[in-house]
Write a protein that binds this ligand. Structure first.
Ligand code: PDD
Length: 281
């Protein structure tokens, strides 16, 4: 596998991180994941816009213009001979002697792009689903920034794995309000049949798949509200599913061991999967 590292294309095994990289020491950096289907970069502009925003929010300069960046992404995908896969981009505040404050302005950010194959968009929902657990959201107050600080997400996903589940639905302790999944956006079809996902603010990542699906909803006749819900509401929901660049639209069949609806993907989820399939293919 070939990686892009600060202006060079290197075999990934030769591409090493400096032990004083600030991403490594402080989690001082941001990342993006873009899905590649048949060589096309799905929702690319939304991902690049979000990356630019994340950089701005942590006061890191853009590593290069958007045109150049698009070229780098294509070159990494080409060199790895990927048609269906994902690209991972990461920018950290570079290498400097350990000190919490920013390093001197002359220290260049470290910019890395990797890519790998993943199976293409699933032909049907058969086998495309998961069971979820609920888990307290233990993250910081700026989850809208796609920061590489993922320890609470890592621990939540691992808790899910250890309970035989594929995702952890995170909720605010106290209110029980669902924020999102450890690496996904969570949606439900509530007891009234209304499709819902949480509104955007600093408490969640503005999912690019979420944004794309919301646009695709226009004219579908599906009753939709950008309105949060509690863990209790999710448990009582008719349907639940999640979205992300790599899980697309994925049904949640059970929450904490209890079936959602009849334990099979519901009609709204099925329709959204079909609608999203047309967007990707
Ligand atoms: N995760 N919420 C969180 C916390 C995420 O990490 C992600 C993406 C999403 C969905 O965003 P999008 O639809 O833009 O992929 C929501 C990526 C895939 C990851 O960390 O690998």
């Amino acid at each position: 596998r070939i990686a892009y590292v600060n202006g060079r294309y290197l075999p990934q095994r030769d591409a090493a991180v400096n032990i004083e990289d600030r991403g490594y020491q402080f989690g001082d950096g941001i990342y993006e994941v873009v899905h590649v289907q048949d060589g096309r970069f799905i929702d690319e502009d939304a991902h690049l816009s979000r990356m630019e925003r994340s950089l701005g929010e942590i006061r890191l300069a853009q590593p290069m213009g958007r045109r150049a960046l698009r070229q780098v992404l294509r070159e990494v995908v080409r060199r790895n001979r990927i048609t269906d896969g994902l690209v991972y981009m990461q920018i950290t505040r570079g290498v400097a002697r350990r000190d919490h404050g920013f390093p001197a302005a002359a220290v260049p950010p470290a910019f890395v792009v990797t890519a790998r194959r993943i199976p293409g968009f699933p032909a049907s929902l058969e086998g495309w689903n998961l069971r979820a657990i609920t888990h307290p959201d233990l993250r910081w107050a700026r989850r809208d920034i796609k920061s590489v600080n993922l320890l609470p997400n890592v621990l939540a996903k691992q808790a899910a794995r250890e309970q035989g589940a594929g995702e952890a639905i995170l909720y605010e302790e106290g209110t029980g309000q669902v924020t999102e999944g450890s690496s996904t956006t969570v949606w439900i079809v509530d007891e009234e049949g209304v499709l819902r996902t949480r509104h955007l603010d600093h408490a969640v990542l503005p999912g690019c798949t979420r944004g794309a699906l919301m646009e695709l909803l226009t004219g579908s006749g599906i009753d939709f509200e950008e309105r949060g819900f509690t863990v209790e509401e999710a448990r009582r929901a008719r349907e639940a599913f999640l979205t992300s660049a790599t899980s697309f639209v994925k049904p949640i069949l059970a929450i904490d061991g209890e079936s959602v609806g009849d334990g099979r993907p519901g009609p709204v989820t099925r329709r959204l999967f079909e609608i999203f399939a047309r967007h990707v293919k």
